[in-house]
Design a binder for this molecule. Sequence first.
Ligand SMILES: [Zn+2]
Length: 320
Amino acid sequence: MTMFGIAVDIGGTYTRVAIGDTQGKLLGLERFYTREIRSPGELASRIADAAKRLAARLGVDPVAAAVGTAGPLDPEKGEIVGSPNMPFKRIPLAEPLRELLGLPVTVLNDCNAAVVGERTWGAGKGLDNLVYVTISTGIGGGAYVDGELLLGKDGNAVEVGHIVIDSEERLVCGCGGRGHWEAYSSGTGIPRLAALLSQSSPELWEKSPLSSMGEFTAKEVFEAYRAGDRFAELVVSEVVRYNVYGFAAIVNYFDPELITVGGSVALNNADILLRGFRERVSGYTINRVPEIRVTPLGGDAVLLGALAVALGFEEKVRPR
Ligand SMILES: [Zn+2]
């Protein structure tokens, strides 16, 4: 029998709400800017409103909801706590959503959701050792080891974006830590890495189209790279170097059979970021380096993972 679930992906940029079925098909979707919310309580109410509209439009009765969100989380309370990429320090989700939807709800780290999606409907089907990495506004990961979804005491295991990759600690991460991978290679980190490199390589910087832009985004750094800008080449080569360190740590920690990569920065620039990447990672590992590939779930990895969780595909994070 086909069942329907509510799937939510709360990202630093968009919050997306969808309804899908037991075949892993997303039937309807709404989205809004996460930063539009004016109070911590507004996030749950806007999610519930969107879910109710979708259910009415599709004429279905969802059985449960699951939310994948940028962490860190308080899993007992189902709240986002102190996320560097969120507009408020504490955002309650599970309790208000249960009340507003009248359904079982679970809240989990977005990358934990994504790796569930990858194993249920993506490239990780049948694999017991699998890591999903997102390179987006931030950097995060989710992992199965020996068939077990890794959660940790507070559901925040596999926060790989906060691995220290720069012993000189030149950049401060959104979390307040120094030298963290996310501060250098994420969508928010890349422009700041570029600003840092503009000081050490002023000649390349002055000739770069980026130097006349004032503020620029990671996307614009990659555009300049594609146009042959030497400064952008320097930035991207440093980004890739830090990615090599990050992925090498992942391979050494988890010994996965497959690593899939998602998130807008990786999805839009996989041709640059993953070219010859596996060989470079193997220079820094004791473990065998597995295949490293873009997720076939594309930008829907978190949503599909939340859907799989809502529909009870992963015993460890059942809605309640
Ligand atoms: Zn950090």
